[in-house]
Structures are given as structure tokens and as C-alpha cells.
Design a protein around this ligand. Structure first.
Ligand code: UD1
Length: 442
């Protein structure tokens, strides 16, 4: 049974929010530990569920994982298995990244096919085509994928579509194969750049990360190293939108503006001021009177991130006129639309386009989180909705955000978490029988 978040709105945010290390940077770096028998050290690992799931998965293969606060040390000296347990693999897509590294170091590997998920179809065909190009035989029949190292060699591979984990998967696999690999049409996300830096420190020669072409000169004897995980640009972006939406002022401590250029341009277009200081990014929307309609087209980095689309849609509900989201990465990623409508939003959906007619006042009600970023969009909606918003299925949010309720409460939101333990609810401030405030619990 999943926890519940309860928000009382509307509120105006003011204060400092510390930004955690990026989940999407930590995950591939954790997997890269499989490439060497030496210990690797990661500083700034965020305590989020996806990271814990991957820890469990790596430990089940025999990786030694030591956790000292946000400093994690992983060592894959001896492995006990190269078959990823299906139940763990199915819980997160990043589990698929283990395939190449296990295959290159231990000769073979097996993982269940991750399949689709809550945000729609998410194929892995490009990962597999790339592994074949590097010299693996790939058996992808049925529910699982098995690879076997045949004659591993550097290769030239062009991604038919820009893929973040696809780029990371092939880059880290090629890093451990002697020879030169040229990857074309690569993802340019900061998380790819961080992984390249990590692999370089481990002994691979990598050029071009952050551009569309990455050249990897691999090494069969990668070594241990240490790296600090970059700040989470999606967490920072989520709170930046929250600051503007509530017409507040928030300091995003540790965030990097250069990772969020397109979002910050959008927010500046709403009349907010965005400044970079030594502390991080300061988003000040106290002088914003009316929001303006806007159009967001999601694109690979440095375009507008699909992971911030849902949060922007909450802002769009407050802008007079017609705003639009065009989702070019995951055309089905619109789970949040139905829930926003339940709160009073007027949204027309013709995938991959959502048209938002505003402004519409939002009202608190019971809504269900359905995936990670859709959950964040509902939290933002709860900040400005009149009355009580109850968000169920909070485990989706916990996959990628660190202590949302704590961070938001510190900057002025009225929000609490109700921990629901095996059918019962606990720590419910002022809860009546079966209700929170005047709302029935769904
Ligand atoms: C990563 C991020 C996720 C983000 C997404 C897009 C992690 C752990 N997750 O997911 O938060 O929303 O990037 O920025 O970093 N595709 C194929 N074939 C493949 C692989 C991908 O067709 O083999 C397609 C996908 O269906 C999608 C597009 O490529 O349309 C981009 O997906 P991709 O970049 O691979 O997303 P993820 O890496 O899974």
C-alpha cells in the first residue's frame, strides 16, 4: 500500500530548496561499477527508490555496495550471477543497462525485456542493435534478452533515434572493449556527459560526449575511481516551476542553470527573473501578475525535457488563452491530463498534442499519481488548488524525488505525508474516520 500526500492550498513558496544528486546520472554510474573489479565511489547519490532498487539488483549479482550517507562505494570484484532477477529488472528500466557491461566483463548476460510502462511504449531495439554491432550475439525471443560475447570489437553505430540510456549503454559497453567505437546521433544530456567523464576516469578514452558523435577508445582493464554526481536538473526544474506557479521566490541550492536553459527561458517568458548565484539558481516570480499562454515541444537535450512537460502543464492551466504541449519523445505521456481535469483544468488531448485552455482555478480533490513526473505535476497543482488535495500512489513520486513534502514545507507549503502501512494508515494529523479534512480517502 502506497503513501498519500495531502496539500492545503493555495500557498506561495519562499526560501531555499537543496537540490539532490541526479537520479538519472547516478543510475548509469552505478551500473558502470560492473566494468571493473576495483571499488568505485559515487558522492551525492540521491536516496530515491530507483537507486535503492538498482542497489538491490546489483547486490543480487554479487556486487558489494557500501553506503555512507550520500557516498556510495560499489565493487564488482567477483560476481555470483550474470542473470538479472526478473522481479527487480521489471521495476525499473535502467536495469537494462546492466546487459552490455555484464556481457563484456563476464562473457554473457541475461535480463528480462523491460517492455512498455506507464508512459507508453519504450522499446530497446536500438540498445540491442548496438550490442550486436559491438560483437554480441543477441537472443531476444520471449520475455528475456540473452547476450553472448562473440568477437567483441570497436564498431561504427548510428542510433536511428536519439536515446539517452541507449547512448549510455553502448558508451559504457564500448569503454570496456579494446578498439575504437564511433557512436552517431547520440543523446547530449548532461547525464551522458557525466557518465563519459566517469568512464574516462576509469581509463577509457572518450571524446565528443555532449555532442551528437561520441568516439570511444576502450580499455580491457578499467580501474576504480570516484566522482560527484551532478545536481538533478529535473528536480530543480520542478521546483523552479513551483516557484513561478505560486508567484514566489525560491533559491535552488546547487542547481546548474546551464542544464536548464530551455526551461528557464520559458519561465523568464512568464515574467519571472532567473539569476545564477554561487549558491545556485534564484527564481523570483513575486512581480508576476498574469501568466502568458505558451507552447512547449519536448525534444532531446538541449530541447525542452519530456520529464518537465507535465509540470509545465500545471502552469499552463493558469495562463489566459490557449497553451500547448507537443510530446515528441513519448507520445502517450499524458497520464496527468485526466487528473488535472478532475481538479478543474480544461485540457483537450489529441496525442501527441495537449491543448490547455486557461486560466482555470484548480480545486483540491483526491487524485492518483500514475508515473514519476505526472506525480510531480499533481503536487504542483495541489500547491495552487483551493482546499485539500490528496495524492494517492505516492510510490511513483518516491522513485525520483527526495523528501518532497519536507522540502516544500520548509519553503511555505502546507503538505504532509500519510504513511500507509499494510492496509492501515498512520501519522494522519487530525484525520477523521476514513477522511482527510472533508475528503473521503480513495
Ligand atoms: C531517459 C530518462 C527518462 C527520460 C528519457 C527522455 C533515465 C534513466 N531515464 O529514458 O527520465 O524521460 O530519457 O529524455 O535516464 N527508443 C527507441 N528504441 C530504443 C530506445 C529508445 O525507439 O532502443 C525511443 C523511445 O521510445 C523514445 C525515444 O527513443 O521515443 C527516447 O527514449 P530514451 O531516450 O531511450 O529514454 P530512456 O533512456 O529510457
Amino acid at each position: 500500500m502506497s503513501d498519500v500526500l495531502v496539500l492545503e492550498g493555495p500557498s506561495t513558496l519562499g526560501g531555499t530548496i537543496p537540490i539532490a544528486g541526479a537520479k538519472n546520472a547516478a543510475l548509469p554510474c552505478m551500473v558502470a561499477a560492473l566494468l571493473t573489479p576495483d571499488p568505485v565511489e559515487l558522492e551525492g547519490v540521491p536516496p530515491v527508490q530507483d537507486v535503492f532498487t538498482l542497489r538491490e539488483l546489483l547486490m543480487s549479482l554479487g556486487v558489494d555496495v557500501r553506503v555512507d550517507g550520500s557516498r556510495w562505494t560499489l565493487q564488482a570484484e567477483r560476481l555470483t550471477s550474470t542473470t538479472v532477477p526478473p522481479d527487480l529488472a521489471r521495476r525499473m528500466r535502467a536495469s537494462f543497462l546492466t546487459l552490455g557491461p555484464l556481457g563484456v566483463r563476464f562473457g554473457s548476460a541475461e535480463v528480462v525485456y523491460p517492455g512498455g510502462c506507464a508512459i507508453g511504449e519504450r522499446p530497446v531495439d536500438l540498445h540491442l542493435a548496438g550490442l550486436e554491432a559491438l560483437g554480441f550475439t543477441v537472443d531476444s525471443g520471449g520475455a528475456r534478452v540473452r547476450i553472448q560475447a562473440r568477437r567483441l570489437r570497436g564498431a561504427v553505430f548510428e542510433f536511428a533515434k536519439v536515446t539517452v540510456t541507449g547512448t549510455e549503454h553502448l558508451m559504457m559497453t564500448a569503454a570496456a572493449i579494446s578498439g575504437t567505437t564511433v557512436l552517431r546521433n547520440c543523446a547530449r544530456e548532461p547525464e551522458v556527459v557525466q557518465l563519459a567523464e566517469f568512464l574516462r576516469q576509469m581509463g577509457a578514452d572518450i571524446e565528443g560526449a555532449g555532442t551528437a558523435q561520441i568516439v570511444v577508445r576502450g580499455s580491457s582493464s578499467l580501474r576504480g575511481t570516484a566522482i560527484r554526481i551532478i545536481p538533478d536538473r529535473i528536480e530543480a526544474g520542478t521546483y523552479a516551476v513551483a516557484a513561478v506557479l505560486t508567484r514566489g521566490r525560491v533559491v535552488l541550492r546547487g542547481a546548474r542553470a546551464e542544464h536548464l536553459t530551455t526551461l528557464m527561458e520559458c519561465l523568464a517568458g512568464q515574467g519571472a527573473t532567473v539569476q545564477t548565484t554561487t549558491e545556485g539558481i534564484v527564481v523570483d516570480a513575486r512581480a508576476v501578475t498574469d501568466f502568458r499562454p505558451l507552447r512547449v515541444v519536448t525534444e532531446p537535450y538541449p530541447g525542452f525535457p519530456t520529464d518537465l512537460q507535465a509540470q509545465m502543464m500545471t502552469l499552463m492551466t493558469q495562463a489566459p488563452g490557449v497553451s500547448e504541449v507537443v510530446e515528441t519523445i513519448f507520445p502517450d505521456r499524458f497520464n496527468h491530463v485526466a487528473e488535472l481535469r478532475r481538479m478543474g483544468a480544461h485540457i483537450e488531448l489529441a496525442k501527441p498534442v495537449a491543448r490547455v485552455y486557461g486560466p482555470t482555478p484548480l480545486r483540491g480533490t483526491v487524485v492518483a499519481a500514475s508515473d514519476l513526473r505526472a506525480s510531480a505535476c499533481l503536487v504542483l497543482a495541489g500547491l495552487i488548488a483551493r482546499g485539500t488535495t490528496v495524492i494517492t500512489n505516492v510510490h511513483h513520486l518516491d522513485r525520483g524525488y527526495v523528501r518532497v513534502e519536507e522540502k516544500l514545507r520548509r519553503v511555505g507549503a502546507t503538505i504532509c505525508r500519510i504513511e500507509r502501512v499494510s492496509g492501515s494508515r498512520s501519522r494522519v494529523p487530525g484525520e477523521g474516520e476514513g477522511t482527510i479534512g472533508n475528503l473521503p480517502l480513495g
